[in-house]
Design a protein around this ligand. Structure first.
Ligand SMILES: Cc1cc2nc3c(=O)[nH]c(=O)nc-3n(C[C@H](O)[C@H](O)[C@H](O)COP(=O)(O)OP(=O)(O)OC[C@H]3O[C@@H](n4cnc5c(N)ncnc54)[C@H](O)[C@@H]3O)c2cc1C
Length: 512
């Protein structure tokens, strides 16, 4: 079994000087983008050109938005979906694409925090979501490299061993068929639990096919259409883009991180976690694995590539992106691999490891959200689509209470404070780091009382406001991807200042 697992999980990072070039050990050029983008372009859909009135507006075309549209496609409702950029080109593009109910040590965490029955309920939700996603793919014959593969949860030290054994015990109590295996690496032995009924797929091929399927039934799908403001007007929400508006009776926020602060106070309710991923040519293997620690190593295979994920941390930590990428590359090259793609991704972490799906305010059935998937968004976005469909159609759903975004308990006080701490830490670090040496070819200048970031490349100068329009954090220049990144809540901007990732919905271009 897993003959490569021992070697891959051997993490040893010497502290000597990091490599400085953008080629892998074979000398091939390396791309700073996700592997799913390779050869999978789809023609962009039209942007919204007129005002529109609909029953339901879905904001965001990632897995949550598109699957919700798919679930509602046969209803009699008039529905529109708007996507700020291109469908599937944000968080869902940068995932590792494991469809799995085995999610680290989540079942023991839920048992400890709530009870075994809540853990059981969550397991049922994940199994239902997994089956639904696989059914959609099979029923519509979607060619998205779906493969049933076993998943391993691996212990690489005694602390992790205790956790993995506990997870096995709980999963068995919950009726899951779990087996165990001992893996040896170097001189050591690692313990792993194994389940066999999990999957991997190609998320962008899936989303592209779903977009085509939905577009046949529902022409109101718009790309390059960003909602920047929502105002309540009698029985409608008036949702503004830069030039038009959409009047909608119900609004579904499928935008990952909402772009407004009130009423939901998202920076308190969640934190943002980032991780770094590489893809390297590798003989195809048929399993996935993840270690049982807080910053896990996760691997899966995609045809002749191995995806290797590491360096997970709160977004406010490790601000030097060049260093993060160099460390990732070095780690992977030490395993004898030659990465072709390196990329990063961020996801939203909730206080109790359960997603936020449902009504965003009390006594208002017209503003809904699906987010907070704790890095397990393939199943949880599918679960969101099922719950949101039922809430929109007035049906009951057995997982509504479990995922209620309005749940709050005294137990959350510490986590809520910690989340606020992360936001503050990102804010302060962003201010302090302004003139750090990782701003290659960048200076931050005060011009007319405004902090301006100036980046030079090939004799050209690019100027931006160095302040995130979301909550005012200073932006860090990511010299590898040539973007300005917010270390508080993950907004990103091109070197020209165009916003390419929320929660900010405004550009930061500066012209003298
Ligand atoms: C490193 C990493 C690896 C992961 N790997 C896995 C995995 O293997 N398996 C798994 O189950 N999960 C995984 N996840 C989690 C998963 O990728 C996400 O939870 C999921 O993709 C989120 O989907 P989404 O549709 O909610 O968000 P998104 O895909 O981000 O979609 C939101 C969309 O809304 C749009 N939008 C935002 N604001 C606006 C606006 N104002 N107007 C219009 N449109 C807007 C955005 O452009 C975007 O396209 C991983 C996460 C990370 C960070």
């Amino acid at each position: 079994m897993c003959q490569y697992l021992p070697k891959l999980l051997w993490i040893y990072l010497p502290k000597n000087k990091l490599l400085e070039y953008d080629h892998n050990i074979n000398g091939d050029y390396m791309e700073y983008k996700s592997i799913w983008q390779n050869n999978n372009e789809r023609t962009t859909l039209n942007k919204l050109k007129d005002n529109l009135t609909v029953d339901v507006l879905i904001i965001g075309g990632g897995l949550t938005g598109m699957q919700t549209l798919y679930q509602l496609r046969n209803s009699n409702l008039k529905i529109a979906l708007v996507e700020a950029r291109k469908i599937g080109y944000d968080t869902s593009l940068n995932t590792t694409g494991k469809i799995s109910y085995l999610q680290g040590t989540v079942y023991q965490e839920l048992t400890k925090r709530y009870s075994l029955s809540v853990a059981h309920h969550y397991l049922e939700s994940q199994l239902e979501a997994q089956n639904t996603l696989v059914d959609i793919i099979r029923k519509n014959k979607i060619a998205c490299d779906l493969e049933k593969t076993p998943s391993y949860l691996v212990a690489t030290n005694t602390k992790e061993l205790k956790k993995v054994k506990k997870e096995k015990e709980i999963l068995q109590k919950l009726g899951i068929n779990v087996s165990e295996e001992n893996i040896t690496y170097n001189e050591d032995s690692a313990y792993a639990l194994k389940v066999t009924d999990t999957y991997v797929f190609h998320p962008l091929k899936y989303l592209n096919a779903l977009t085509n399927l939905c577009f046949k039934k529902q022409k109101n799908i718009y790309e390059l259409t960003k909602i920047i403001k929502i105002v309540k007007k009698e029985q409608y929400y008036q949702c503004y883009t830069a030039k038009n508006y959409i009047l909608a009776k119900k609004v579904i926020l499928a935008c990952h991180y909402p772009f407004f602060i009130f009423p939901y106070l998202f920076p308190f309710k969640t934190s943002v976690e980032k991780s770094y991923i590489s893809a390297s040519p590798f003989p195809n293997q048929h399993y996935s694995a993840i270690t049982a620690n807080k910053a896990p190593i996760s691997i899966r295979f995609q045809k002749d590539n191995m995806l290797y994920l590491t360096k997970s941390s709160p977004i406010c930590n490790n601000l030097n992106e060049s260093k993060n990428y160099q460390e990732l590359k070095k780690k992977v090259e030490e395993l004898g691999l030659s990465p072709t793609n390196l990329w990063k991704n961020t996801d939203i972490i909730t206080v109790d490891k359960l997603p936020y799906i449902g009504y965003i305010t009390k006594n208002n059935p017209n503003l809904l959200i699906g987010t907070g998937y704790n890095t397990w968004g393939m199943t949880n976005s599918t679960l969101a689509s099922l719950i949101l469909k039922d809430l929109v159609l007035g049906n009951s759903n057995r997982f509504t209470n479990l995922c209620n975004p309005l749940r709050i308990s005294m137990k959350d006080t510490f986590s809520l404070t910690k989340n606020l701490g992360y936001s503050l830490s990102g804010f302060l670090k962003s201010k302090i780091s302004k003139n750090k040496d990782f701003y290659q070819n960048v200076i931050i200048k005060n011009i007319n009382g405004k902090s301006i970031g100036i980046y030079q490349e090939n004799g050209k100068t690019y100027q931006v406001y160095n302040k995130c329009p979301h909550l005012g954090c200073s932006l860090i220049f990511n010299a590898k991807e040539k973007t300005w990144d917010c270390p508080c809540h993950a907004s990103r901007f091109t070197k020209e200042g165009k916003c390419i990732k929320g929660p900010s919905c405004y550009d930061i271009s500066y012209k003298e």
